[in-house]
Design a protein around this ligand. Structure first.
Ligand code: FAD
Ligand code: DHB
Length: 392
């Protein structure tokens, strides 16, 4: 079969790219190794930046987000046992929306289904070919195991950090930049109302903790754990007692609400950037091109910014035969990517306990927290990055 854009991966990047292209009259096919049920259930990011929510609304997939998403106008930095509120909306005029990544994925899949736009789940053996020609193609097996070939004008690698697209670029044509952190996040989803109306990013001597939510009935919580930690060592009881130790405050109004744990898992933390984000007729977007540690809530939002730009570049290339935007795709995206890399690294370093830090490092960290909480200029800088800088 033939299409204009072969998209590898049905995460937020691949599905949104397909939606944007079809909306402009460009044909695309999305290939996904997992099942529809699996991608719709995978619990991941929860914070949508202002530009992300604006885009989803403008293109007509924001209805359920507007009905069920939770607008937030501030967040708390909790340290020294006290809350310091960063008034996001007062400082920037903008808000963020708490709406789970898998809800956006569900909304995009439902839109594809309603319009008859193709998404093939449970494919295997996906391999891009002919990237340095004008006729690239993707070899794969369909859900029944039959060998297939998808001929394309362009391939979009939206297959996440462990996908096949980035490794298909010949060595020497792409440079990698990365940083590992000596910790990971243990994330839990619990059936219990949030203990506080807003997100709480907590710095505690036992490690970082984050209080977030998905709905008025569902709480999302994270704990800093060592980088090689196994989930088997974390019983529900141990998770709750560690959370309550770290989230403890001198504020009498706060008490952690416990409830049944619905999902738990450990996510490694790393920073990673591939430059450039394209090679010949292959364009990388989202986690396939870059990873941020989750502390700034930027991963999914960056994927959205990438495919917004990529869809414009591909409309220019395929409809108008103009390649300038496609050629600048990587440079344009990398500016936003590096801003998010810095912000995510900064939030991570300010809030976690680095087991290798010396006393000098710990004093600097506390000073940065106190400055951010007390200076309007510092708080505004955090806030404008957090709510999302305007798209290019
Ligand atoms: P993905 O969502 O990874 O989608 C890639 C898709 O490609 C997947 O569906 C995958 O199954 C598919 N795929 C992979 N290989 C192939 C192949 N060979 N062929 C076809 N399909 C393939 N960010 C935050 O901001 N906050 C968080 O709390 C947070 N938690 C996270 C937890 C985990 C476990 C992970 C892995 C990421 C988390 N992130 C978080 C990051 C955020 O979820 C990602 O940045 C976001 O999912 C990126 O979207 P994407 O579409 O680029 O990639
Ligand atoms: C959530 C995840 C994040 O990485 C973050 O910074 C804030 C909230 C969440 O899953 O709710």
């Amino acid at each position: 079969t033939r299409t204009q854009v072969g998209i590898i991966g049905a995460g937020p990047a691949g599905l949104l790219l397909s939606y944007l292209l079809h909306s402009e009259g460009i044909e695309a096919v999305v290939l996904e190794t997992r099942s529809r049920e699996y991608v719709e259930r995978r619990v991941r990011a929860g914070v949508c930046e202002h530009p992300t929510t604006q885009l989803l609304r403008e293109i007509g997939v924001g209805a359920r987000m507007d009905a069920e998403g939770l607008p937030h106008h501030g967040l708390s930095l909790r340290f020294d046992g006290e809350d310091h509120r960063i008034a996001l909306t007062e400082l920037t005029g903008k808000a963020i929306t708490v709406y789970g990544q898998q809800e956006i994925v569900k909304d995009l899949i439902a839109a594809h289904e309603a319009k008859g736009w193709p998404v093939e789940f449970e494919v295997s053996g996906v391999q891009p070919h002919g990237l340095d020609t004008e006729h690239p193609w993707i070899a794969y097996r369909d859900e029944d195991g039959a060998t297939r070939r998808l001929d394309c004008d362009v391939i979009a690698g939206c297959d996440g950090f462990h996908g096949v697209s980035r490794p298909a670029i010949p060595a020497g044509e792409v440079r990698f930049f990365d940083r590992e952190y000596p910790f990971a996040w243990l994330g839990v989803l619990a059936r219990t109302p949030p203990s506080h109306e807003e997100l709480i990013y907590t710095h505690h001597e036992r490690g970082f903790a984050l209080h977030s939510m998905r709905s008025p009935e569902i709480t999302r919580l994270y704990l800093q754990v060592p980088h090689d930690e196994k989930i088997e060592g974390w019983s529900d009881d141990r998770i709750w007692s560690e959370l309550s130790l770290r989230l403890e405050t001198s504020n009498q109004d706060f008490s952690l609400r416990e409830g049944p744990i619905l999902d738990k898992g450990i996510t490694p933390m790393r920073s990673f950037v591939a430059e450039p984000m394209s090679y010949g007729r292959l364009f990388l977007a989202g986690d396939a091109a870059h990873i941020v540690p989750p502390t700034g809530a930027k991963g999914m939002n960056l994927a959205v910014a990438d495919v917004r730009m990529l869809s414009r570049a591909l409309v220019e290339l395929l409809r108008h035969k103009r390649s300038e935007l496609a050629e600048s795709y990587s440079d344009i995206c990398l500016r936003r990517v590096w801003r998010a890399e810095h912000f995510s690294w900064y939030m991570t370093s300010m809030l976690h306990v680095d087991p290798g830090a010396d006393e000098f490092g710990r004093r600097l960290q506390l000073s940065q927290l106190r400055y951010t909480a007390s200076s309007r200029a510092a708080a505004t800088s955090l806030a404008e990055n957090y709510v999302g800088l305007p798209f290019a």
